[in-house]
Design a protein around this ligand. Structure first.
Ligand SMILES: [Zn+2]
Length: 531
């Protein structure tokens, strides 16, 4: 059984799935893993006919703890330590910092067909909905301290209270500590030496902790959210799920103070981009929005789903990764289209192998299409004076339907975007149409012999197609007992001026037969004239 369907099968009663995000800056594609995982759990529960709600929390009472490098340092430095919802927006398009970055992320949700009920922590605090939890945790501060100590070995002084006030004088929240509590008020100090990245103003005083005057530390806040919203399922990234980590601390607080069981939890792994974990504050890697502009929504969902949650996803928007992602998706679609009955189990549902494909869809239906190889598409788009649609129609084994064209147009857009924004020079295919590449002038005598024979053999071909060309290129090297590496190199040097390139048979198939043969002759000529 697919992992999400298993969670759904085990679920009893009304489920509330929750996920959340601190909108500290541009959100990176790595953050989409949790979003898609929770969305799929939600959908699995719906399919299982179980009542379920999907919530997404915006942790906007968290402090601005760093100025992302793409923002004006001078403008935002004074707001370090401020709640994100009290920090100004980088642009006029939003009321504040949190809403600004969240709205960009929510556009991606929309694109991916993810539709949770979104709530903001500022509203929970300011409306007073969390007041009774604030009271409970302040009254039981000793139990909270105990949980920290037992689970994460973190010692808190006896006068430490799980609360932070928004300083009435300087507006910062990251700098304040609460050291006393009496009924309806807490005593706090805004500490000048609060942290090495932010200094408090020194103000201190008694103030009410309720109605948005401050916040619970996030591990405690997590527990309050679970209870006030009735959360029953919430996964967490590996960083929060280590033994003695934040999730363990929150679970312990939930049991100790509220005397309740925490929601169902299972960790999921990171997405590594070029081998490093993506961070939303450093601006490393690619933002969720940028990757959403590159990949069609089903493909972006599929990227998150074809790997099971406990395995790391390695993602880099390079040629290898992108073309493989598309190929894997199309292969699964083809397998499904070839035999939908075989893809379906006795229960009338798709088999486990097809579930990533099923949950990759925006709707509830897998719709088959005639796929067109994405790497060929990338190559074709780089050939000057080529009518791409005519070429695709010519190369397709059967007439293309309207839906096929819909998919193909989407892929053309993706390939163009990739070429424009991601392909490096090495990955680009530059075919020398007007002149022989200079590098083709230094072939070995063996390579010249090979090209002579190849031109002869190509001349005989009645069918100018990729596979057949590939076979001919290969069999010619065998015929002459020349190593394939040298043979293929001579072809790449003759047409793209590089030692390597895409599949040689495909490469030649993009070009006219007469052009290919005359180019080979020109190359032979050029080399011979040098002797
Ligand atoms: Zn202050």
């Amino acid at each position: 059984m697919f992992w999400a369907d298993k969670i759904a099968a085990d679920a009893k009663g009304h489920e509330i799935v929750n996920d959340s995000k601190t909108p500290s800056g541009r959100v990176h594609v790595g953050s989409l893993r949790g979003v898609v995982i929770h969305d799929v759990i939600y959908r699995a529960l719906k399919h299982a006919g179980k009542p379920v709600k999907f919530l997404y929390g915006v942790d906007d009472y968290d402090a601005l703890d760093t100025v992302p490098k793409y923002l004006d340092r001078e403008k935002f430095s004074p707001y370090l330590g401020y709640p994100l919802c009290n920090t100004p927006s980088p642009e006029d398009t939003a009321s504040d910092y949190a809403k600004y970055f969240m709205s960009e992320f929510l556009e991606v949700f929309e694109y991916l067909g993810v539709k949770p009920e979104v709530y903001y922590l500022r509203d929970l605090y300011r409306s007073g909905k969390l007041n009774k939890y604030i009271e409970t945790f302040l009254q039981n501060a000793h139990l909270v301290r105990e949980a920290y100590k037992e689970v994460s070995k973190a010692e808190r002084p006896d006068n430490w209270y799980p609360f932070q006030i928004v300083c009435e004088k300087c507006g910062k929240i990251a700098t304040t500590v609460v050291t006393d509590y009496k009924g309806s008020e807490v005593f706090y100090t805004c500490k000048p030496d609060a942290a090495n990245w932010v200094a408090g103003c020194g103000h201190s005083g008694w103030v009410s902790p309720f109605d948005g005057n401050g916040k619970l530390p996030w591990k405690v806040e997590w527990v309050a959210k679970w209870d006030v919203l009735g959360v029953t399922i919430e996964m967490a990234g590996k960083d929060h799920s280590q033994k003695g980590g934040s999730r363990d601390v929150a679970n312990a607080i939930c049991r100790k103070v509220l005397k309740k069981q925490p929601p169902f939890h299972s960790p999921y792994e990171f997405i590594l981009v070029n081998g490093t974990k993506m961070s939303s504050s450093k601006g490393v890697g690619s933002s969720a929005k940028e990757i959403a502009e590159l990949l069609p929504p089903e493909l972006l969902r599929f990227l998150m789903l074809r790997t099971q949650p406990r395995t790391v996803i390695n993602f880099a928007p390079n040629y290898e990764t992108i073309t493989r992602l598309l190929r894997d998706y199309d292969t699964l679609i083809d397998k499904y289209a070839d035999n939908p009955d075989e893809a379906t189990g006795e229960d009338g549902k798709l088999r486990k192998d097809f579930m990533p494909l099923f949950y990759a869809q925006i709707g509830d239906e897998v719709k088959a299409y005639n796929s067109f190889d994405f790497s060929t598409l990338i190559s074709l788009l780089q050939i000057p004076h080529l009518d791409i649609k005519e070429e695709i129609a010519k190369r397709s084994s059967q007439p293309l339907t309207e839906f096929d064209w819909q998919i193909i147009n989407q892929r053309i857009a993706a390939a163009q975007k990739w070429l424009q924004d991601y392909a490096d020079e090495e990955e680009k295919l530059v075919i020398y149409l007007d002149q022989v590449p200079e590098k083709a002038g230094y072939l070995s005598p063996e390579q010249i012999t090979y090209l002579e024979k190849l031109a002869e053999n190509l001349e005989q071909l009645s069918n100018w197609e990729g596979e057949e060309l590939q076979t001919t290129i290969f069999s010619t090297s065998k015929e002459l007992e020349i190593k394939p590496a040298g043979a293929f190199q001579s072809i790449y040097l003759s047409f793209v001026g590089k030692e390597r390139g895409p599949k040689a048979g495909s490469l030649l198939s993009y070009l006219d037969k007469s052009f290919v043969i005359s180019r080979i002759q020109d190359v032979i000529e050029m080399n011979k004239s040098k002797i």
